[in-house]
Design a protein. Structure first.
Length: 552
């Protein structure tokens, strides 16, 4: 395969969705630059590329959220110039979308979520025919092999089940119609490994039965395991269309980055992070010393018998410069642990002490006092919780270090601008300029900005919740490198992640939470994704396989 692998054009009769020469500008930003895409009937198609390369914009043009500037769209034989494209006609021709936020109402039952979309069946006098609704939804759930009762609230479902319910709902009006084309925007971004496996198996089965699926994902191993065809975007252009081929992860990354940058990543400080392997041969890892062996003045974080929310008696000690991971299923208490340490949640009982850079020990506090003590926290929902959407990228970068720009005569905008430009370059933020609005950034680039903002504070304790969710494979290597450099400089890092490979790449040791308790400490040769998968799922896992008959 060459860098701009000349696309092996799918046979015209096979193609059920074709995007040709699609261009889209947002002001000065050229988001799509004559991009092409062709989906073959009955295949799973991966649309991949770095943050900000135009994947979501393509989906949004197809869904009618944005109007394209130039190009053509063809769905099931009907073609439009983009300025005449009507998303309702696209839908009538078979396009169906499941966006990352799923658009489900967690407090409503599965059946009500279906009815919300398609309407409630009613009888004489407009009364809702609940029995009909439940029967119809139960049939659909059976077809999709979702092992759940239509009366179950969506919020009680496991994550992969929720995504499957959203998929099933999107297809409900014409279930079984092979003309439907399902478009999934990062369906597995928030799912732990075993949950994404369940989802991907279901997607694969649908394609084997004739459904066409396109998915966007930053997780290379998973697209390689499930997809038939690959389209790679770079800077808004199609740089490779790989039809019926099995590229390697390195080949895909080379297309995404251009060969020169791919070489840099190959030599990244996280060997193996692109290979889907355990990064460092397990036997070569130094076994982590038990935390209790640490000299007292070396302990930066001490958590003692912590209770509150889902947490049930957590004990933990982190030494200066350590990177420690937190693994666990959704609901195991990962995020609550980080938030309680940061002072956002008040513990019911127990104690959290933090040692600042000057060696002073601070007992429980709120987020403000924690920040003063040198603690930084990057939450999971960065765009929603951690960013100032209405401000510029520069404002978002400088907001935590504003004091340093004050001079006798006022703010030094020049210094602030120079620092912002430096951070934008260092973290590979793809933006028209640092003065662009934060909301104009792609999802992955928003995350890079929030991370950059906190890391520049040079915290003594850094709490990271899902630090690379939605971040492209190239930037992920940059982020790992930055975190490791911070740790080498004395920063202590506690990182919660559902990406077990990430934990093994980044951490010296990992604690496994189950139902709010520390179920295991893992380090040295034991620290492998497979072993962590077993530990996170053992004993307290709810019993049901999500899909009846799913082979796992
Ligand atoms: N509403 C908007 N206003 C201005 N610029 C935008 C808007 N939406 C997207 N862009 C810009 O268009 C480019 C493509 O963004 P897009 O969201 O399509 O990328 P993406 O490939 O989906 O990225 P990610 O993987 O980070 O989600 C980016 O430079 C982004 O900043």
């Amino acid at each position: 395969m060459t860098e701009t692998a000349s696309p092996k054009a799918p046979a015209a009769t096979d193609v059920v969705l074709r995007v040709a020469g699609l261009t889209k500008r947002f002001g000065a930003t050229l988001a799509l630059d004559k991009a092409d895409l062709a989906l073959r009937h009955g295949t799973v198609h991966a649309l991949v590329g770095g943050n900000g390369c135009g994947k979501s914009t393509t989906i949004k043009v197809l869904a009618g959220v944005h109007r394209g500037d130039e190009g053509r769209i063809e769905v099931a034989g009907t073609a439009w110039d983009v300025d005449a494209y009507d998303p309702r006609a696209g839908r009538a021709a078979g396009l169906r979308f499941v966006h990352q936020d799923l658009g489900l109402f967690p407090q409503l039952s599965i059946a009500e979520n279906f009815a919300f979309d398609a309407g409630y069946p009613t009888g004489p006098g407009g009364r809702v025919q609940w029995r009909n609704l439940h029967r119809r939804v139960a049939e659909l759930l059976t077809t999709y092999e979702i092992d759940a009762d239509p009366r179950t609230p969506v919020g009680a479902l496991r994550p992969a089940q929720r995504t499957l319910v959203a998929i099933c709902r999107a297809l409900q009006d014409q279930e079984g119609d092979e003309r439907l084309i399902l478009i999934l925007d990062e369906p597995t971004a928030t799912l732990p490994q075993h949950e994404s496996d369940v989802l991907l198996e279901a997607v694969r089965r649908r394609a084997d039965q004739g459904q066409t699926v396109m998915m966007v994902s930053h997780r290379m191993p998973e697209v390689l395991s499930v997809c038939d065809d690959f389209t790679v975007f770079r800077d808004g252009r199609t740089v490779a269309a790989l039809v019926g081929q099995r590229p390697t992860e390195h080949e895909l990354v080379r297309h995404m980055t251009g060969a020169a940058l791919a070489r840099t990543i190959d030599e990244s400080v996280v060997p193996g992070a692109l290979d889907g392997d355990t990064p460092v041969p397990a036997d070569d890892r130094p076994a982590a010393e038990p935390a209790t062996a640490a000299a007292d003045d070396d302990v930066v974080l001490r958590v003692q018998d912590l209770h509150g929310g889902p947490l049930r008696g957590v004990d933990l000690e982190l030494r200066r410069g350590e990177i420690v991971g937190v693994a666990g299923l959704v609901g195991s208490g990962r995020s609550s642990l980080l938030r309680t340490i940061f002072g956002e949640h008040r513990p019911a009982s127990g104690r959290v002490t933090v040692r600042d850079a000057a060696g002073r020990v601070h007992a429980d506090g709120d987020p403000r006092t924690r920040m003063e003590a040198g603690v930084a926290m990057v939450p999971e929902d960065r765009a929603g919780e951690a960013a100032f959407a209405e401000l510029t990228i520069r404002d978002n970068l400088s907001v935590t270090v504003r004091r340093k720009y004050w001079r006798l005569w006022g703010m030094s905008q020049r210094q602030e601008r120079a620092d912002a430009a430096d951070l934008v370059a260092r973290y590979g933020v793809r933006a028209a300029s640092a003065d662009a609005p934060f909301t104009s950034l792609s999802g992955g680039n928003q995350q890079k900005v929030v991370l950059a903002r906190w890391l520049q504070r040079q915290p003594s304790l850094l709490l990271l919740d899902e630090p690379t969710q939605g971040v492209d494979v190239m930037s992920r290597a940059d982020i790992y490198r930055t975190v490791q450099e911070a740790a080498a400089g004395g920063c202590t890092v506690l990182v919660a992640s559902s990406d077990l490979l990430e934990l093994c790449s980044l951490c010296e040791r990992v604690i496994v939470l189950q139902d709010g308790r520390v179920a295991a400490h893992v380090s040295g040769a034991q620290l492998t994704p497979d072993h962590l998968t077993v530990l996170t799922q053992s004993t307290t896992e709810p019993p049901s396989p999500t899909l009846q008959g799913a082979s796992r």
